[in-house]
Design a protein around this ligand. Structure first.
Ligand SMILES: CSC[C@H]1O[C@@H](n2cnc3c(O)ncnc32)[C@H](O)[C@@H]1O
Ligand SMILES: [Zn+2]
Length: 425
């Protein structure tokens, strides 16, 4: 079906210029930007007067099903949070729970303008199923933890996930390998993950250098930082999406840059878990590709990339005591283009261009906190809210229009999720 978005203020993210005009969509792709050609006869029209149209945002690190654990383990130290609260309750979660927990996250992400996300969790077939039904782009990694006797089964599970889901939904679903972290996956296990990544030609999504404890233990055990350790094992020969990278030792940034590692920066989760502030400015200056993630609702406690953008930019300014670093536009690039690269998505995703994938959002600028419309890119990063997003199109399909979900039954999600927490809490 041909769709027309008319009277829009368009931010393509190919540059920081805003243009007024229309956007045409045919099937899953953008057919024009600017003035509608005479031969284009739309069957569906969206009036975007007073709305900004920009590429959908990309959440480069999340655990969707953990929205069931929102506000379940707050204000406690990271290690206690993970080992004494999160892991025990996750042991009670079944595939149905993962489906509904992920659905809560998908609804929240679409509502706040996220059109693609990277997920790491278990029962990942359910993440794939929920994402496909909702129509959101997702790069799914089945979380892997090494334990020798079950290693082969774990590799086989990712192989099955790949065979059944990679490329599903006209390519909106893709699969990654998901070793949880260097402290839960030993060298031999990571070797098996690398072989699997080679065999299936898939990226690797891992938590890396998140906490001070992780660094201290890595130095004690391997005589190296976690980054230097996984590099010495050969992990960086692959496409690696590394979540966090908060604690960096001399030489770490150079390795991340030289090996083209994609870093997912999760500022709110790092703050909330007391893990500190990543050196984003230093990494960016060195040329590291940095994307933005939320991590889970159990450590954030929401999945709103608008909040993440503002926090990322302000933290970088605060950490360097330099208000010129990480400008609004550079921060937007992290949430769009850089995220698409990190997830290994088709090159056109993260920007709006003719012939490119139609993953885009309409944001209502006709609200007090947007006026007087002096610098709309600054408004977007420093003043706007996720709830300003009104319409979301993914792969050419309208999944939310004027805040009404087209693919998601929100009442059912609310009902099912309440039922689940009564059982597992
Ligand atoms: C093996 S599936 C993924 C696994 O990761 C856990 N997790 C969630 N957030 C974090 C984090 O910030 N650091 C480390 N691990 C995290 C999640 O609970 C699952 O068990
Ligand atoms: Zn995480």
């Amino acid at each position: 079906m041909k769709k027309l978005i008319k009277n829009a203020t368009i931010l393509t993210m190919e540059s920081n210029r805003l243009v007024k005009g229309d956007i045409g969509i045919e099937k899953d792709r953008i057919s024009f930007i600017g003035k509608m050609p005479d031969h284009f006869d739309p069957e569906y029209e969206i009036d975007a007067r007073n709305h900004m149209v920009m590429p959908g945002m990309i959440n480069a690190h999340s655990h969707g099903a953990m929205s069931l654990l929102r506000n379940y383990a707050d204000d406690i130290p990271f290690w206690e949070w993970l080992t004494e609260k999160v892991w025990p309750i996750e042991a009670k979660m079944n595939s149905n729970d993962v489906y509904w927990g992920t659905m809560i996250s998908i609804a929240e992400m679409i509502r706040s303008g996220t059109t693609a996300y990277a997920d790491m969790y278990f029962h990942s077939e359910e993440t794939a199923k929920a994402s496909l039904e909702a129509g959101i782009r997702c790069s799914i990694a089945k979380g892997l933890v090494g334990s020798s006797e079950e290693d082969e089964q774990r590799m086989a599970d990712t192989r099955t996930l790949y065979k059944e889901w990679n490329g599903a939904g006209d390519g909106i679903i893709s699969v990654m390998a998901g070793p949880h972290a260097p402290y839960t996956c030993d060298a031999s296990f990571l070797g098996k993950v690398m072989n699997l990544s080679d065999e299936l030609n898939i990226p690797i999504h891992i938590h890396l250098s998140e906490s001070e404890k992780e660094i201290e233990e890595s130095i004690k055990k391997h005589g190296k930082s976690p980054i230097a350790h996984v590099h010495s094992l050969g992990l960086f020969k692959h496409h690696v999406l590394a979540a966090h990278c908060v604690y960096l030792m001399p030489g770490d940034i150079q390795l991340l840059r030289e090996e083209n590692i994609y870093v997912a920066h999760n500022p709110l989760s790092n703050l909330k878990l007391g893990n500190g502030i990543a050196s984003i400015h230093e990494m960016k200056e060195a040329g590291v590709n940095i994307a933005l993630g939320t991590d889970s609702s159990c450590s954030n406690n929401n999945l709103n990339l608008f909040e993440e953008m503002k926090m990322a930019s302000l933290l970088a300014k605060g950490k360097t005591t330099d208000s010129t670093v990480l400008s609004a536009f550079e921060t937007l690039q992290m949430a769009t283009k850089n995220g698409a690269r990190a997830l290994n998505l088709e090159e056109s995703i993260g920007v709006l261009k003719v012939g490119g994938k139609a993953d885009l959002i309409l944001i209502n600028m006709d609200q007090p906190h947007w006026y007087p419309h002096q610098n709309l890119i600054s408004s977007l990063v420093y003043s706007s809210h996720g709830s300003d997003v009104e319409t979301v199109i993914i792969n050419g399909k309208v999944v939310m229009e004027k805040k009404e979900f087209k693919t998601i039954d929100l009442e059912k999600i609310k009902y099912e999720s309440k039922k689940i927490v009564e059982r597992i809490y």
